[in-house]
Design a protein around this ligand. Structure first.
Ligand code: PEP
Ligand code: MG
Length: 577
């Protein structure tokens, strides 16, 4: 049957083109398969069950720890009670035995056993016991959802294009293990973390498609164009041919850009702009070590937490940070302390009302000093080659940076006393990504060795536009005059105090914006590896004096529309890449 070709438009979130079969990922209904399974399937069921229990315990431990901090030990005991069920060896054994003896799916037996437990509680003539029934239901749903999640991911054919209403950063990472060829979601914005991760994984993504997950079904042939933000369902043969050709063109173009990768990062009139990479995953580390031989301007450490489902141990962190410091040497690596929270904190059931305005970044670290100290120790121990810098996220006041530095000082003292080597002069910087930090930039600049502007958050907080909400994505404006003026103010404050300033938000990876940032005087741009060659090319094409004068003109304009119009003309005429 020849079905009509349909084109959907969304927000381009990660560049690239893929042609492949869709896989619809839904998390909504939890269906339990009650059928008897074959002998050969028993092992797989047991394995899935154990993994789901392990994962659920990790999730609950994390929630329990966070919730104790937030609402206190007493009110958090529900999580402890839930953990007790999952740690009850007798209960788990009885499920395992039944899977083996009755040859039923793990989901079926677990549901049945835990429901029995629930019925006993409901029958009790005691209010407290009755309340525990809802805990049991929570645990049941969590484990079955995790069983289903593992199963779903393992069922995804390799090379599929994932369609989902929403993807968390953890989902995105999990699917990448099945070599997926694209991500398409109903919700999300270009700087949401799932989008940043898809760029990091170099997988095309289109987000903010509104209802696409209701229109495309698993198995359908689709095209995803992450450059333009387009998804095509039932493509005709000539459309497929057109996209195959387009893909080839892009590959040739990117190959050409790649030729500049190791050339000096300076403007035609000799102004040096440091170009570094934003790194989170192994694939990106390969990019730095194999191709670009550049420094790392932002090493996000949250992925350790997201992948593990819990805070990594000090030993694990030392391994990870030392590895990145070693492979990057002699270039430097800026390790950012945990910026957990916002849209990075799992699971969604525990979300705050306003997570982006909530318990996030340095706030968590200053509340949980032991975890913070562990991370600082690991970073310091990895700094012996003297190429590591520390950076604190989400600083919104002078007190916060002073407190963070005081804790760092304590950790340094402890290490010195224990005669553990580290870089005593390790540079310490902060992200400028909260509007209050812009207004205090002069004072804050005196407390640190460098600034790094986090435009992803700075824009959302300045303009009151959630970075991950597709409904208002048109209001998320990098060229809003207030944003340009804020960046200008940060750069002036930094230079007045003789410290360097970089931009590590996604704005640095936007070709048009990168030109303006150079003109405004940033010392460093830290960008996604997939756009690195292009930004290098832009740096090598602009004339600093000219772009500086032009950026000054932009600062005087009053609307984003005027700024964009002028900038587009300039870019076309003078840069044109
Ligand atoms: C930013 O806010 O611009 C930034 C780089 O940090 P993240 O995207 O991790 O919040
Ligand atoms: Mg940020």
């Amino acid at each position: 049957m020849n079905r009509k070709e349909i084109t959907y438009h969304g927000i381009p979130a990660s560049p690239g083109i893929s042609i492949g079969h869709a896989y619809l990922y839904t998390r909504n209904q939890i269906k339990i398969n009650a059928e008897v399974i074959s002998d050969g399937e028993v092992e797989k069921e047991l394995d899935e069950f154990k993994k789901a229990i392990e994962f659920s315990v990790k999730e609950l431990n994390k929630i329990y720890a966070l919730s104790k901090e937030r609402i206190g030990e007493k009110k958090s005991q529900i999580f402890d009670a839930q953990l007790e069920i999952l740690n009850d060896k007798y209960f788990l054994e009885s499920v395992i035995k039944r899977i083996i003896n009755e040859k039923r799916t793990a989901g079926y037996v677990f549901d049945d056993e835990i429901s029995k437990l629930g019925k006993i509680l409901l029958a009790a003539d005691d209010e407290y016991m009755k309340e525990r029934f809802s805990d049991i239901n929570d645990v049941k749903n969590r484990v079955i959802r995790n069983m289903k999640r593992e199963k779903l991911v393992s069922k995804v054919e390799e090379n599929s294009i994932i369609i989902a209403h929403e993807l968390t950063p953890a989902d995105t990472i999990l699917f990448s293990k099945r070599k997926v060829q694209g991500y398409i979601t109903d919700v999300g914005g270009i700087t949401s973390h799932a989008a940043i991760i898809s760029r990091a994984l170099r997988v095309p993504a289109v987000v903010g498609m509104k209802v696409v997950s209701q229109s495309i079904t698993s198995g359908e042939l689709i095209i995803i164009d992450g450059y333009e933000g387009i998804v095509i369902q039932h493509p005709k043969n000539d459309t497929i041919e057109k996209y195959v050709a387009k893909l080839e063109d892009y590959k040739r173009y990117e190959q050409k850009l790649f030729e500049v990768i190791e050339l000096p990062s300076e403007t035609v009139d000799g102004k040096k702009i440091e170009l570094t990479a934003n790194i989170e995953f192994d694939e990106e580390i390969d990019f730095v070590t194999t191709y670009a031989h550049c420094g790392v301007g932002l090493y996000r450490t949250e992925h350790l937490f997201i992948e593990k489902g819990d805070f990594p141990s000090e030993k694990e962190q030392i391994e990870e940070y030392s590895h990145i410091a070693n492979v990057t040497h002699p270039n430097s690596v800026t390790i950012r302390t945990y910026d957990i929270g916002g849209d990075k904190l799992l699971p969604s059931s525990q979300k705050e009302q306003n997570p982006f305005l909530g318990w996030r970044g340095i706030r968590i670290c200053l509340d949980r000093i032991e975890i913070f100290k562990e991370q600082l120790r690991a970073i310091l121990i990895s700094s012996t080659k003297k190429n590591v810098k520390i950076m604190f996220p989400m600083i919104s006041s002078l007190e916060e940076i002073k407190d963070a530095r005081k804790i760092l000082k304590d950790v340094k003292k402890e290490l010195s006393e224990a005669k553990i080597p580290f870089d005593k002069h390790i540079p310490v910087g902060m992200m400028v990504e909260v509007p209050s930090a812009v207004l205090l930039a002069e004072e804050l600049a005196k407390e640190v060795d460098f600034f790094s502007i986090g435009t992803n958050d700075l824009i959302q907080y300045m303009l009151a536009v959630d970075r991950g909400n597709e409904l208002i994505s048109s209001l998320y404006r990098e060229f809003h005059p207030a944003v340009l003026r804020a960046i200008n103010k940060i750069i002036s404050a930094a230079h007045k105090n003789e410290i360097k300033v970089s931009v590590c938000g996604e704005m640095a990876s936007n070709p048009l914006a990168s030109a303006v940032l150079i003109g405004l005087g940033v010392d460093e741009l830290s960008v996604s590896p997939n756009i690195f060659p292009k930004i290098k090319q832009i740096i090598r094409t602009v004339n600093f004096k000219e772009i500086k004068a032009f950026s000054k003109e932009l600062l005087a304009l009053h609307t984003e529309q005027e700024i964009k119009m002028k900038l587009n003309l300039f870019y076309k005429e003078k840069i044109g890449i």
